[in-house]
Ligand binder design. Structure first.
Ligand SMILES: [Zn+2]
Length: 322
């Protein structure tokens, strides 16, 4: 029997080296519920190696979310999932991982800055990751976002299907709070419902002698008032890869709760599409209504922007961390 959860319609698998790397990273634990897994645990793909994943990558590359060189069979696209988390939730697309709303909001705001007209989203993501290591040097408007870089939300995509469901964790983390641009352990009397406090699920920090601590991860508010408490998963994925996968799963036709992961990802997708169309039309000599007239974001900067467009197209002048 294979040791990988299959992506429907694909036989592509991780190499033995990639499996060793994933195994070492996740300390033999499910990345979501942190249950210790028995020998023969299974590997999962963040972006599927099947046609589903082909479509996510195709869309992501077109919109500038992810680099075409992203390798779905490398360790950075893999994680460990237990049978319950995979079969009941991930493989049925009942849940998905997403960057937290504050990170998505920053990306969306960046896409509205005229100087970022031709900047791919993956460069914005890489800039966030870079400055998360050097927060003191980060631009002021980025600093509040940095504690959340490297953390991901577990988003319920199908609340009807999982209305009465909750995931049990055997390593339920204590509360953390933000100090000096990082999450650190909170004091014993910290309020779990405060938006400044969160539980950080971190398979990478698990040790074999860590005591068992049971807790519930509610998937909708039907089961628990604790649903609105903040929970994040610290996972070594590329930010742009989680965004690409989540965006491919977000239904743009649905009205999403304001400030939710789906709300921002739908807008990032729309913004990227608009910029892409606008760029293509400018290159074809087609003007958009209002071009060059004060209002309207990027169009107001058209004379400055066009040379940059050409530079990016021939592969120069693109600064990753500018
Ligand atoms: Zn699990």
């Amino acid at each position: 029997m294979s040791d990988e959860w299959s992506d429907e319609g694909s036989e592509a698998t991780f190499s033995d080296t990639a499996k060793e790397d994933i195994h070492a990273l996740y300390h033999e634990s499910c990345a979501i519920c942190l249950f210790q897994l028995p020998a023969g645990e299974k590997f999962a793909h963040l972006i599927a190696s099947s046609e589903d994943g082909d479509e996510a990558i195709e869309l992501g590359v077109y919109l500038g979310l992810i680099e075409s060189s992203y390798e779905r069979l490398s360790a950075e696209n893999g994680f460990l999932l237990c049978g319950t988390c995979n079969a009941s939730y991930f493989s049925l697309h009942n849940v998905a991982l997403s960057p937290p709303p504050i990170v998505l909001r920053y990306i969306l705001q960046s896409l509205h800055k005229p100087e970022n007209f031709t900047r791919p989203v993956y460069e914005i993501c890489q800039s966030l990751v870079y400055y998360s290591h050097y927060p003191q040097n980060a631009p002021d408007d980025m600093k509040d976002v940095l504690p959340y870089v490297g953390l991901y939300s577990l988003v319920t995509l199908n609340p009807v299907a999982v209305r009465w469901c909750a995931i049990m964790s055997m390593r339920f983390p204590p509360l953390s709070t933000i100090e000096n641009f990082r999450f650190v352990p909170a004091s014993g009397d910290a309020d779990p419902s405060s938006p400044d406090n969160a539980r950080i699920f971190d398979a990478l920090s698990i040790t074999s002698n860590m005591p068992i601590s049971l807790g519930i991860i509610p998937l909708t508010d039907a089961r628990s008032e604790e649903y609105t408490q903040k929970r994040y998963w610290r996972l070594p994925f590329k930010l742009e890869a989680v965004l690409t996968e989540f965006l491919a799963r977000t239904n743009r036709a649905t009205c999403h709760a304001r400030d939710s992961e789906q709300y921002y990802s739908a807008r990032i997708r729309t913004r990227c599409s608009t910029l892409k169309y606008q760029l293509e039309d400018m290159e074809a000599g087609i003007d958009w209504p209002g071009d060059g007239e004060g209002e309207g974001g990027v169009v107001a900067n058209k004379p400055d922007v066009l040379p940059n467009v050409l530079e990016v197209r021939v592969g120069v002048g693109s600064e990753a961390f500018g």
